[in-house]
Design a protein. Structure first.
Length: 367
């Protein structure tokens, strides 16, 4: 079978689309599929041969007209030319084609147009009902979103399947001696909270610092705060804001950690603090669950579905409550021990190899 994956950018991060694309690449390689890039094929760098092909198509569309052209004209032509049997629409937009389509619904924000959306997000929201109706299958990341899909389109419920985020095998509970090494390298041998942040989201960064300020004000503690960027590194604006922060000497920005180092830093932390910037910003909490550490996060149906009793929940934007919760978790070691146990239990559901195999069999059912 020839399968195509439609992307809007080749700069894939930890978002749901990139996560699924990574799992599918791994599964395709394990099943002797040739993994091809449309741009390389178009330029004549490599041919498309054989029937077992996974083809990545990256759309360089940056305007409303360009997006319409690609989805209405260009993509249907590519699917015909290369005899594609199934297409995965990674950004919640369906294609004008008779080819079997699997729609990846990556965020509940697409259910209505809102301020702050970029061009393709607005296009996805505007055409969502049509995309859902035409999809052979729909994949999303939580039952909360699946229920939302059912509310908007009852007929889509039977075609919708949930595949959970998982964090990979690097993320696992740390041994005591390994934790000592990590603390010596990243936090001056001190305990620390950890957070994974968007590189340039100053609102979330400011909320985090305000919560940590309250903790430092009321606790005589050398507890530090270690911050990891979601992508390549923190923006200059984030760095500048930190320079004027009262407790800046206790905040560490780690810009260059690889995946293994990221796992070690999260696995050693006292707790993960996670203020998601959108509903699908789930990946950081899966890392904490698999590492067996507590989580402090905001209230949402999807977050509760993933974290369950392994997290303490706060209202979004309520930095006073967040600070109080940091204090509570710091002072109550019995509570922390309980949350660690709950995290390990929740992590049992998050096994990446099983999810990868299930996803591949869903896309390409065994004969």
């Amino acid at each position: 079978m020839r399968i195509a994956l439609i992307h809007h950018s080749d700069d894939l991060t930890n978002d749901f689309e990139a996560y699924l694309a990574t799992l599918l690449d791994e599964a395709a390689g394990s099943n002797n599929y040739a993994i091809k890039d449309y741009d390389s094929i178009r330029r004549g760098y490599e041919p498309v041969a054989g029937t077992d092909v996974l083809l990545h198509i990256v759309i360089p569309a940056n305007s409303n007209f360009a997006i319409k052209y690609w989805y209405a004209v260009k993509l249907p032509a590519i699917l015909r030319k290369y005899a594609i049997d199934k297409v995965l629409c990674m950004y919640s937009i369906g294609i004008r084609s008779t080819v079997s389509q699997c729609l990846i619904l990556s965020d509940i924000s697409f259910f209505e147009i809102s301020k702050g959306m970029n061009t393709w997000q607005k296009y996805a929201a505007k055409n969502l009902a049509k995309s859902v109706a035409n999809a052979t299958n729909i994949i999303t990341y939580s039952n909360a979103v699946k229920n939302k899909i059912e509310e908007k389109s009852p007929s889509a419920a039977a075609r919708t399947t949930v595949f959970p985020y998982t964090a990979g095998t690097f993320f696992k509970p740390m041994e005591w001696h390994d934790k000592l090494y990590v603390k010596s390298r990243y936090s001056e041998n001190k305990e620390y909270f950890v957070a994974v942040l968007p590189d340039d989201n100053e609102v979330i960064f400011t909320d985090l610092l305000k919560a940590y300020s309250k903790f430092k004000k009321w606790q005589q503690s050398n507890m530090q705060l270690v911050l990891l960027p979601k992508e390549d590194g923190f923006s200059q604006a984030i760095d500048n804001k930190l320079q004027t922060y009262k407790y800046r000497n206790d905040v560490k920005l780690v810009n260059d950690a690889d995946r293994k180092e990221t796992a070690d830093i999260i696995g050693t932390a006292w707790a993960l603090i996670h203020f998601p910037f959108q509903d699908s910003d789930i990946w950081p909490v899966t890392t904490a669950l698999q590492c067996g550490i507590p989580i402090i996060t905001t209230k949402s149906e999807s977050m509760n579905e993933y974290c369950g009793d392994a997290a303490l929940y706060v209202q979004n934007g309520n930095t006073e409550e967040s600070g109080d919760t940091l204090i509570k978790l710091y002072k109550d070691e019995d509570l922390r021990t309980k949350l660690c146990g709950n995290a390990a239990a929740m992590a049992e559901k998050l096994q990446q190899d099983k999810t990868k195999d299930a996803l591949w069999n869903f896309i390409l059912p065994p004969k």
